[in-house]
Design a protein around this ligand. Structure first.
Ligand code: ATP
Ligand code: MG
Length: 388
């Protein structure tokens, strides 16, 4: 069995090995300080070996299970400072693990605990300021930084999970929609096709049997059968294209999902979100265009605006649907890039309209109007007249 020092975690990678450089402080005394006798060297080596075991173990556990490791490293430090002025480095290593202990307040209690240990050792062993000052200062700084970043990492992981969940729900929703569409579509069409084929078969049998008098003569039956077969062909062609449309709809973007993603992106960037939507009635194509516009507008707010709040409104008007994204940031000054020009092209291809200008509270206001599903197609002039 191969001994693995570190877990396979890309977020940690090889960095713990680099942290070992600080162990150099523990070796100043033997190499640069007072003469070291054999007993000193034995203590030095024992402390180093015990520390390395605890240090590497610390990357395999988190939460409560880290407590004994942190405590052991602190005790090791308390012992090391009695014979080595660089022994204070162990307190700092212990503080480095506090981020993974749990929520920030737990980590901060840990910083407090280690500082108490440093003060106690200083009093008990009358430590040199060159030992206790760096120990206290770097315990606080390294502990604080690691607690902060561990919290950021946890939040990002939660965000990733939430985003995956939204994608998963969206896919499940799409599958349901496809199942529903196919069921409604094919259930109806296939029964019509069955009925019409049965009818055609009966008519053909009758026509083959020599025919009857009156309206039901053989040629007459033959013509009706032919008519039914052509109907079957037409209906199955239509069904085929409807099935294609139902399945292709799978690729279309949904406003609801983009709104959820937008909220998450803005909140992650620390921008307050004010969302107001109403039920809307859109073709899948127009919905995709509007969803893409929302995505780009929100990306721009996050990237360029430096806003503190962003409001998103989705309103249904007569014959059109309007989306406005307004922020209270520094306002759009830069030249139009491919984001906005692509958005304009797509919106105008639907017969819609895009406006970008100053917001009411400084900032930028982006307004997109696309034709709704109900009513005749609406040209840009008519859309412009759509007042909010
Ligand atoms: N909400 C906003 N607040 C401030 N500036 C903005 C905002 N939206 C757009 N801008 C400005 O408009 C410019 C053009 O935006 P556009 O989306 O077209 O390009 P981009 O975001 O720079 O690049 P990309 O092609 O990747 O989208 C931006 O570079 C930015 O200066
Ligand atoms: Mg952009």
């Amino acid at each position: 069995m191969r001994l693995r020092l570190l877990p396979d975690n890309p977020e940690i990678g090889w960095t713990p090995l680099a942290y070992l450089i600080y162990l150099g402080f523990f070796y100043f005394d033997p190499f640069l300080g007072a003469p070291y006798d054999l007993a000193d060297w034995v203590r030095q080596i024992v402390a180093t070996v015990v520390f390395l075991a605890l240090f590497f173990r610390g990357f395999w556990v988190r939460g409560r299970r880290l407590v004994p490791i942190i405590v052991a490293i602190v005790l090791l430090g308390a012992w090391a400072v009695t014979f080595n002025t660089g022994g204070g480095v162990f307190f700092i290593y212990a503080a480095g693990f506090l981020g993974e202990l749990g929520p920030p307040r737990v980590g901060l209690v840990g910083v407090g605990g280690i500082l108490i240990a440093v003060v106690t050792c200083t009093v008990l062993f009358d430590l040199h300021p060159g030992t206790w000052i760096p120990a206290a200062v770097f315990t606080t700084i390294i502990g604080g930084i690691n607690i902060h970043y561990a919290q950021v990492n946890r939040r990002n992981a939660r965000l990733r999970l939430a985003q995956e969940e939204i994608e998963r729900l969206a896919k499940a929703d799409e599958r349901d929609r496809i199942a529903r569409d196919l069921h409604d579509l094919l259930g109806h069409t296939l029964s019509v096709i069955t009925l019409k084929s049965q009818l055609a078969a009966r008519l053909m049998e009758g026509a083959g049997g020599g025919g009857e008098r009156g309206a039901n003569t053989a040629p007459d039956r033959h013509d009706r059968a032919l008519h039914e077969v052509r109907e079957v062909e037409r209906i199955s062609r239509e069904a085929l294209s409807e099935v294609r449309r139902a399945v292709l709809g799978f690729r279309s973007l949904k406003i609801g999902i983009e709104l959820a993603k937008a909220r998450m992106a803005l909140e992650t960037a620390g921008i307050g979100v004010d969302l107001e939507t109403s039920p809307y009635d859109l073709h899948a194509d127009a919905e995709s265009v509007l969803a893409l516009a929302l995505r780009e507008a929100v990306t721009n707010v996050v990237r360029h605006s430096r806003a503190t709040t962003c409001s998103i409104r989705l309103r249904q008007h007569k014959g059109s649907v309007e989306l406005t994204v307004e922020d209270d940031g520094r306002g759009a000054r830069g030249a139009t890039g491919s984001g906005l020009s692509g958005m304009r092209e797509r919106v105008e291809a639907t017969g819609g309209l895009l406006e970008i200008g100053d917001g009411e509270r400084r900032g930028t206001r982006l307004r997109v109007v696309v034709p709704g599903q109900a009513g005749p197609p609406v040209g840009p002039a008519a859309l412009r007249a759509t007042s909010p």
